[in-house]
Design a binder for this molecule. Sequence first.
Ligand SMILES: NC(=O)c1ccc[n+]([C@@H]2O[C@H](COP(=O)([O-])OP(=O)(O)OC[C@H]3O[C@@H](n4cnc5c(N)ncnc54)[C@H](O)[C@@H]3O)[C@@H](O)[C@H]2O)c1
Length: 342
Amino acid sequence: MIVYKDNLAKLAGIVGSHTKTFLLLDENSERFCLDILKNSGVLTGDFVKIVIPAGEQNKSIDTVQYIWLQLVENKADRRSLLINVGGGMVTDIGGFAASCYQRGIDFINIPTTLLAMIDAAVGGKTGIDFQGLKNQIGVFSQPLAVVVLFDFLATLPKRELLSGLAEIIKYGFIVDKSFLDASPTEDFIRQSIAIKDEITDGDANERGRRKILNFGHTVGHAIETYLNCHGMDIRHGEAVAMGMVSALYLSEKLCGLDPRWTTLYKEIYAKNFVRYNLGNIPAEELLEIMRHDKKNEGGDIRFVLIEAPGKPVFDVVVDLKYILDSISYLIDYMEDENYWSK
Ligand SMILES: NC(=O)c1ccc[n+]([C@@H]2O[C@H](COP(=O)([O-])OP(=O)(O)OC[C@H]3O[C@@H](n4cnc5c(N)ncnc54)[C@H](O)[C@@H]3O)[C@@H](O)[C@H]2O)c1
């Protein structure tokens, strides 16, 4: 259930019906969002606050243990409610912690970043990173509700907004090309949430069509994982934005995509996203990370590609040679002065 400020009444009876309410925040959502939340009318009574350190490096088993410890020490029972207030890091880890605690307690997601609003908080994927692999441990588990309050976006750094924008633009390739012109307006955000909700609703465990949401994520996740492991700060959306360059290259080679879409996307990228020097990344290491991708089956590396915007194909097994070519293509693009001087 998606709840906006104008229909908060939908939440009536949900929050108050639990024995105890716990609020999970990271240090930034506590600082920037807690007061807004308190004034929003979402919280109906007392709550116990659990604050965790911000950042992807803390989406770990140690942090989950800390959350469980707080739940135990504060006597959370099976009828307790965990409300996750933060970006995708908080909604992922909080959903996971709630889903395992006493075999599962209810949780609500209140996303405070653009990326979490339009993607991470919706659809029921929860989890943590493990052994340097993103989201390696987790469960599918649906929140009781996702509460979207646009007020939180006012304090979000521009870089985080653009990270979310990448996932909105992704819908331009897999659903409707009008999203290629998207900006982070309320209208685009609401439409993006509706798309994510509709796609995931019909395929809760990602057996079929839901896989299209992973467009740009195979190479994107590998770059994100590699850079994170080497101490570099990269946002999830930034990595996906890069991964889409490789996915479009492969779509041209293997699915007959008109190359003009790749050219157009490179212009969109140059206008919006950070340029990374990827020249030093060993492609073999990226391949090794991709081999661990949860979307693979039987040892093959599988991609979501497109025949045209709005015509995605999933489970495309791609030859290693093509994957390496697509990485070289991305690296060359990142260094292509012609795009960046425009
Ligand atoms: N479950 C899913 O389906 C799914 C989908 C996409 C991404 N994800 C996950 O989401 C995570 C990325 O989410 P994210 O981009 O929101 O990152 P994030 O949660 O790390 O938040 C980014 C930064 O913004 C800060 N912040 C949060 N709200 C703020 C606000 N209103 N004002 C100022 N600062 C604020 C956070 O503290 C953090 O420092 C990754 O772990 C990724 O794997 C999950």
